[in-house]
Structures are given as C-alpha cells and as structure tokens.
Design a protein around this ligand. Structure first.
Ligand code: SAH
Length: 249
C-alpha cells in the first residue's frame, strides 16, 4: 500500500468520487450512492447530504469546535465547506483548502471566497492561522501512525503565535471489543486505527488511500514529541473526541 495521502498533489477530477458526489448534490440536490470500500470492513456508504450539514445538524463535537474558533481560520480538507460556511457567516476570515478540485468549485459557488485546491503537504501552501480546523476525523490525513508527527510538524508551520488546532478522531478499539469487554487486537500487528479506503461514485473509482484513526493517548504522545500540547476538550458518544492542540513554546 502506497502512502497516497501524504503526497503533495491534488486529485484529478476524473478520479474524484467524493468531489463528483459533492458536485452532483450541490447542482441537483441529490446524489447517487457514494460507496466506501476497505480491505478491512464490509462495504459502506457515505451519506452525501452529511457533507452539506448545517450547524444544527452537526455532531456536538463539531458544534463545540465552531464555538471556540478564533482569529484567522484555515479549514483543511474542507470538503463541501460546511464548517467554513458557518464560520464565514459568523464573520470569521476563513481559508478553505482541499485536494479535490470539484469540491473546491462547489465551495466557491457556495460563497466561500478564499478557497484553494491544494494539498496540505504542498510547500506552496503558506500563511499563519490562529485556528486550524481538521474535522470529520482530521487525523486521517496522516494516513499511518508513523506519519502523525509529519502531519503535526506540517501544521506547526501554519500556526500563528498562540494558535490552536482543532482536530477530531475516534478510538477504533470498539471494533475489536468482545461482549465481555475483552479486546481482540494483534499487538504484533499494525496499529488498529490504520485503515485503507477506496471511494466509488457511479463509474468513478478513486485511488485507495490510507486513513488514520488515532486514540487520544497516542495523539497526545505524538503531540508531545513535536513540542505541542494536546487536550481532549469534548468526548462524543461513540469513542470519538475533539482535541485542541496548542504550542508548548
Ligand atoms: N471537513 C469536511 C470533509 C471531510 S472528508 C467535513 O467535515 O465535511 C476529508 C476531506 O479531506 C476530503 O474532502 C478530502 O478531499 C480532503 N483531503 C484529504 N487529504 C488531504 C490533504 N492531504 N490535503 C488537503 N485536503 C485533503
């Protein structure tokens, strides 16, 4: 498996299932099934309308994140722009980035002025932000646990003095939990939060990519390694949590 999430490029529109679904939904108010395949799970579906959720429809973790946003905001992997749009309406200066050109077009059409189709790891992405948002399992962008410090160090470059990173994730251990509470995890194997996905929409098949779910203990440890301080500020109902990461210097 190649580490495609950490390359520095954007997606070609002809290989962009999620962006195509977002674009269809924006234009027609509905979309076909956005299928999510993985070598580890049964086939699933991503409800496209969820990517267009309003503030009221957002999970509590995300509402909380939006409440504590301050200053100049960078929304990374902004998708259809649901968070960026809420923040813009509240008067925040928001830049939204995504690797999907189709998603970026939709965000612009929805009224977000500062949208850039760029990969977070592209060094051409520069600037200093007071709040950096990575929502809907933002740790996923690291791809693998071993790459989490690379993600955090990259985010550090984009932090203004006193900035905060708001990022959510889930502890996937519940998948391996038995009814008696014991856990079937192969300790010699790779970290259980490392997942691979491939999205399919109509006849458009995306490349498979690695996506990292990380428990809060490991996220905290990785932050410390990078000179960052991480606090869980809200827990969700299902092993999910919102973390606020700040600089320790
Ligand atoms: N934040 C949005 C979308 C989450 S889906 C929401 O909560 O609804 C994750 C998004 O991250 C996708 O739109 C994907 O295209 C984008 N993405 C994945 N890797 C990225 C990277 N390296 N740089 C920028 N965006 C990325």
């Amino acid at each position: 498996m190649t580490l495609k999430t950490l390359n520095k490029t954007t997606i070609d529109a002809s290989h962009d299932p999620m962006g195509s679904a977002i674009s269809d939904y924006y234009k027609n108010g509905r979309a076909a099934h956005l299928r999510v395949l993985s070598s580890m799970f049964e086939e699933d579906e991503m409800p496209v309308e969820h990517l267009f959720r309003s503030e009221q429809e957002m999970p509590q973790l995300e509402k909380r994140a939006l409440e504590i946003v301050r200053g100049k905001v960078l929304d990374i992997g902004a998708g259809a722009g649901c968070h960026a749009l809420v923040l813009k309406k509240k008067g925040f200066e928001v830049k939204a980035i995504d690797v999907s050109p189709l998603s970026c077009e939709v965000m612009k059409a929805r009224g977000i002025e500062d949208v850039e189709c760029i990969n977070l790891f592209d060094p051409q992405l520069q600037g200093k932000f007071d709040t950096i948002l990575l929502l809907m399992n933002g740790t996923g962008i690291a791809g693998k646990l071993a790459r989490l410090p690379m993600l955090l160090n990259r985010l550090k470059e984009l932090m203004a003095e006193g900035a905060q990173i708001l990022i959510d994730s889930s502890d996937l251990k519940y998948i391996y939990e038995n009814e008696d509470g014991s856990v079937d995890i192969d300790l010699g194997g790779s970290y259980y939060g490392e997942v691979d996905y491939q999205m399919v929409y109509k006849n458009i098949k995306g490349d498979s990519f690695d996506w990292l779910y990380v428990d809060s203990t490991l996220l905290k440890a990785s932050c410390e390694q990078c000179g960052l301080s991480c606090n869980v500020i809200e827990e969700g109902d299902h092993y999910d949590y919102l973390a606020r990461i700040t600089s320790t210097q």
